[in-house]
Design a protein around this ligand. Structure first.
Ligand SMILES: [Zn+2]
Ligand SMILES: [Zn+2]
Length: 138
């Protein structure tokens, strides 16, 4: 049976859930320079409202559904990945955020346009600098 991690959007009034196959989730987990392996996380943008946040992987509910959930993320290509440059002067690191893609092809576009992304709560570059991404300054 396939085990999915259920990623619930933390934004009030959204409540969207995205089911990501556990193996795919393991492939996109982030790590900070010098951090231990125990605090793995994923920087995820909700495909419905565009709310981005850093989420600890152990916080996700895991399910083994009898039938596949709607719009599941089953393959790495189902996801769109974006590298966001750190804005701290002198830092060349990037943050990697992930969100479901429009199609399962290479060169896909995000289901929700990057200009609608907001929040980015807790997301940092790989050196740990907080990301300052707000749609109004894009
Ligand atoms: Zn949402
Ligand atoms: Zn940085």
């Amino acid at each position: 049976m396939d085990v999915y991690a259920i990623v619930e959007c933390k934004q009030a009034h959204c409540g969207n859930t995205t089911a990501i196959l556990l193996g795919v989730l393991q492939g996109i987990k982030g790590d900070l320079v010098g951090s231990s392996k125990d605090d793995s996380f994923v920087d995820f943008v909700c495909p419905q409202c565009g709310f981005g946040s850093r989420r600890p992987i152990p916080s996700f509910r895991q399910e083994e559904p009898l039938t596949p959930p709607p719009n599941p993320i089953r393959y790495p290509r189902d996801l769109f990945h974006e590298s966001l440059k750190c804005e701290k002067v002198g830092c060349t690191a990037h943050a990697r955020v992930h969100t479901p893609g429009e199609t399962s092809t290479s060169g896909t576009t995000p289901k929700i346009a990057a200009s609608k992304w907001h929040g980015m709560t807790g997301i940092t570059c790989s050196q740990g600098h907080p990301l300052k991404l707000h749609p109004e300054v894009l």
